[in-house]
Design a protein around this ligand. Structure first.
Ligand code: UTP
Length: 232
């Protein structure tokens, strides 16, 4: 690690924090890795996704009453906030005490003194990938890591097509031609198409990495050989 106090934004997928139930073992290993990198001089902005917790509430609400898309999004946003508080709590020693809940309202967070800033979802119609890109813009960060249960961008859905091929390096132009321009809640794109449009405009580098392979995530951070897809 040459670049002292380098800040990286992590879009931490809800699928890792709450795949079915809360995965505290994942969080424990993630914490260990982040603290090791803090020792080496990194700072992190961690934006938490929603995960199963949101889907369970949405499914339950839909059984009781009619709910609309905005209701669904608000439940999703509150799940991201719950997860953000959880992550801030386990990083108490290193995390800025206030969670960023609006990536456009960044002034109080611009020069955060601690090593970690935790952020959550913002408002209906968006995703935490999008919030991550807006925060990157506002905090002047150029690198976003998308940690989820997707470990590569493939030519097609690998669960449906046996001949799907891994793609390791992609331009924004190619990636965006693959995923289109629209985002919808629960969609399977490795990185939100609307967030991608902004990321391309800003010239960001987004790495799509499988969150369960934490050694691999560390290799990426340390500039070593890693498995995943880099879009830039
Ligand atoms: P995400 O879809 O960003 O979380 O937010 P995630 O972890 O990457 O993906 P899941 O949770 O595994 O699907 C969860 C939901 O919260 C709402 C959306 O409905 C989104 O699907 N949300 C999130 C918003 O409406 N606005 C935001 O700014 C963020």
């Amino acid at each position: 690690m040459k670049n002292n106090k380098k800040t990286v934004i992590i879009s931490l997928g809800g699928s890792l924090i709450v795949p079915e139930e809360l995965d505290w073992k994942f969080v424990k290993n993630f914490k260990k890795l982040i603290e090791k990198q803090i020792e080496k001089g990194y700072k992190f902005v961690i934006i938490t996704g929603g995960g199963k917790i949101a889907r369970k509430y949405i499914a339950a609400a839909a059984k009781v009453d009619k709910i609309n898309d905005e209701d669904r999004d608000w439940i999703g946003i509150h799940a991201t906030r719950m997860n953000a508080h959880f992550i801030r709590t386990i990083f108490r020693k290193h995390a800025h005490p206030i969670i960023n809940k609006d990536p456009h309202d960044f002034r109080d967070f611009l020069h955060f003194k601690r090593e970690i800033l935790v952020a959550s979802g913002w408002k209906p119609g968006f995703s935490t990938d999008y919030d991550a890109v807006v925060l990157a813009k506002n905090l002047g960060v150029h690198q976003v890591i998308n940690l989820s249960n997707i470990d590569f961008v493939y030519t097609k859905d690998p669960r449906k097509f046996k001949d799907a091929k891994k793609l390791e390096n992609l331009s924004w132009k190619t990636y965006r031609a693959m995923v289109g321009n629209k985002w919808s809640p629960g969609m399977n794109a490795p990185f939100d198409p609307v967030a991608s449009k902004l990321a391309e405009k800003l010239g960001l580098e987004v790495a799509i990495l499988g969150g369960h392979k934490l050694k691999n995530f560390e290799n990426y951070l340390e500039g070593k050989k890693f498995q995943g897809t880099v879009i830039k």
